[in-house]
Design a protein around this ligand. Structure first.
Ligand code: URA
Length: 263
């Protein structure tokens, strides 16, 4: 019979996992996947009874997107919306995430930025865009006089993502996940009521415009919920493709001009 590894063996195993690319421990408690669940005793079938309409707690939900829409429509404030989203159990992603990531910055800002989903740093800290891509985003915004820390709506930004929970391994959100969260995102935009939206990368374009192709779409104003929206390449893309920063700079200048025009 195999014995449990000593700590050196356990350390070597962990290092080997890291070398293979594992990034996260999925839970704080070890799970014995060979243990059989205790079977509850079978209840006698009720005689002459009507079927119980109450769904079992782990039964598939009837229509999570419809449920999301009702919850979103009934949220009168950003705080209420955050709470409704936090309580929403339609997305499996929630179970694997450490933190619910709602927003950052000044909700009164004229500019609202919509990214994709939290990454590892955002999941750990609970705020959007705090990793390397977020730091680049802060520098880009500072270059046109905007900051998430500014109390002045003219110079502030408000930041959120399409999904508030981190997809495992930072994979792209699925169409189903986005469809489920779009009612919340649209309500988020309506409540924050910015003058201008920035759509960072393909995911917010897909969620809000139903189209992707960010390299073609970037730099061209479009409209989301009646507001001017600028699709831009995601800062994570700019970190991998520094040559694309030139076009991103042109987009930032365009945004600055639009803010002046509509002041
Ligand atoms: N990328 C995103 O799109 N959002 C974040 O919050 C972090 C990285």
């Amino acid at each position: 019979m195999e014995s449990a590894p000593d700590w050196q063996g356990a350390k070597a195993l962990l290092e080997w996992y890291i070398e293979l690319g594992a990034q996260d421990a999925v839970g704080d408690e070890p799970v014995n996947r060979f243990e059989l669940p205790d079977k509850p005793p079978k209840a006698a079938a009720p005689q002459d009874s009507q079927p119980d309409p109450t769904p079992a707690p782990d039964a598939p939900r009837a229509d999570p997107a419809a449920e999301a829409r009702i919850l979103a429509e009934n949220a009168p404030t950003l705080e209420a919306l955050a709470e409704a989203m936090r309580q929403f159990d339609g997305l499996e992603l929630k179970k694997g995430a450490r933190n619910f990531v709602f927003s950052d910055g000044n909700p009164a800002a004229r500019v609202m930025i919509i990214g994709e989903a939290p990454g590892a740093d955002e999941d750990r800290i609970g705020r959007p865009f705090v990793g390397r891509a977020g730091q680049l985003l802060d520098r880009m915004l500072a270059a046109i006089g905007l900051s998430r820390e500014s109390p002045d709506p003219e110079h502030a930004v408000y930041i959120t993502n399409v999904l508030p929970w981190r997809p495992p391994g930072n994979r792209t959100p699925t169409a189903e996940e986005m469809a489920m969260m779009v009612p919340f995102l649209e309500r988020h935009i309506a409540l924050a009521d910015p003058d201008i939206l920035i759509l960072m990368g393909n995911t917010p374009c897909s969620a809000l415009l139903g189209r992707t192709g960010i390299l073609r779409m970037r730099g061209h104003w479009t409209e989301v919920l009646g507001k001017p929206a600028m699709p831009m390449t995601h800062p994570a893309y700019l970190l991998r493709n520094p040559a694309a920063k030139r076009e991103a700079w042109a987009d930032l200048l365009d945004i600055q001009a639009k803010l002046r025009e509509t002041a």
